[in-house]
Design a protein around this ligand. Structure first.
Ligand code: PLP
Length: 383
């Protein structure tokens, strides 16, 4: 019964020999590896969720609102309030996490015979969801300091003429933001080449020093901004992602969405969370200052740190026999789980509570004294 493996099944060729995405879920005292918000939801919000879910439970014999109109209206209000750009219900679509939003976008605008492009290292699920939807994946370049090399990016777009271009800002796992003028230039390049859809993944935008790129939607029907409640709203377990775009894009993704994809329980919970936006955004302020503290202290210890506009920090560089995986293991041995994203020489740590961050900083300080070495000196960085 247990002797059949994946590759013995008639799976699609492009899935053969592949492993599923997933960071280790280890039971250790300090978990700073998946860019979650470390603060549990405040008790009044938990109460409100309970009330709203109880109400929804009375109608679970019925399918939920297929178009999630009340929720999309609430999300549109949130975006209008925080994004410096008026967004209406007709501009917003929601799904089970921004991963599902991305999947629906690729099902709509990618697919067999089409391609999507991202500038790597970046959020690896863009490429994996592309694969899952039969979309070809093109890995675009970044500079050594993880900024997007505009000239090289424009060249890649012109050469490959992708159907979908992903721009993650702030970028995961590096943390740095892409300047709005670069996003605009890439949009223009993508329109000249194809025209393609440009998806700006703003999963971490609430933690940024800069503003959302929502105002760029004006007059750009091929632009999509994707968002999530998993980070700033502290609701990764809820699974709620959303996008803002021209109403035609919202109509288009409905061609591929499963009917009733957002459960009544999900919609009720997300609506409760939106009622508590102001409180939740106060946690974001705390996390931003903890993020800035991590950057400053890591630099003071002697690490190289990538500028961060997110709720995590990329630090290094580890090389030789003290490579990043060994450093990851040594930090784990001290009870702190960070992320080895496979970017050679670098690790990523999520900003946690002050106590969790102290535990992490102690671990990386000890790491240096135990290894008896300093991080490798910064390499020459290209412009
Ligand atoms: C850049 C980026 N986009 C999207 C997501 C997915 O978020 P969600 O939990 O909404 O599916 C993540 C999660 O880590 C992310 O880093």
């Amino acid at each position: 019964m247990n002797d059949v493996r994946i590759d013995d099944l008639p799976v699609r060729d492009e899935l053969r020999g592949k492993s599923p995405y997933g960071a280790p879920q280890l039971d250790v005292p300090v978990r700073l590896n998946t860019n979650e918000n470390p603060y549990p939801l405040p008790e009044p919000l938990v109460e409100r969720i309970t009330e709203r879910v109880r109400e929804a439970a009375r109608n679970l014999n019925r399918y939920p609102d297929r178009d999630a109109v009340e929720l999309r209206t609430g999300l549109a209000e949130y975006l209008t309030k925080t994004g410096k750009y008026p967004v209406g219900v007709e501009n917003v679509w929601a799904a089970n996490g921004s991963n599902e939003v991305i999947q629906q976008l690729l099902q709509t605008f990618g697919g067999p015979g089409r391609t999507a492009l991202g500038f790597e290292p970046s959020y690896s699920m863009h490429g994996l969801i592309a694969r899952g939807t039969g979309t070809g994946w093109i890995s675009g370049p970044r500079n050594d300091d993880f900024t997007v090399d505009l000239a090289a990016a424009e060249k890649t777009i012109a050469e490959h003429r992708p159907d979908v271009v992903f721009i993650t800002t702030p970028n995961n796992p590096t943390g740095n933001a892409v300047p709005p003028e670069t996003v605009l230039a890439l949009y223009e390049a993508a329109q000249a080449a194809k025209p393609s859809m440009v998806v700006v993944d703003e999963a971490y935008i609430e933690f940024s020093h800069g503003d959302s790129l929502l105002p760029l939607l004006e007059g750009r029907p091929h632009l999509v901004v994707s968002r999530t409640m998993s980070k700033a709203f502290g609701a990764a377990g809820l699974r709620l992602g959303y996008l803002a775009a021209h109403p035609a894009v919202v109509d288009a993704v409905q061609l591929v969405r499963l009917p009733y994809h957002l459960s009544a329980v999900t919609q009720a919970t997300a609506l409760a969370a939106l009622e508590h936006t102001d409180t939740l955004l106060k946690y974001v302020e705390q996390l931003k200052s903890e993020r800035d503290r991590l950057v400053a202290e890591l630099r003071a210890i002697g690490y190289e740190v990538t500028e961060s506009d997110a709720n995590f920090v990329q630090f290094g560089r580890f090389d030789g026999k003290h490579g990043s995986h060994e450093a990851w293991q040594r930090i784990l041995d001290r009870g702190v789980l960070v992320r080895d994203n496979g970017v050679p020489g670098w690790l990523r740590v999520t900003a946690g509570t002050p106590a969790e961050n102290d535990a992490f900083l102690d671990a990386v300080r000890e790491l240096l004294s135990v290894v008896g070495d300093t991080p490798a000196p910064p390499k020459e960085q290209s412009a």
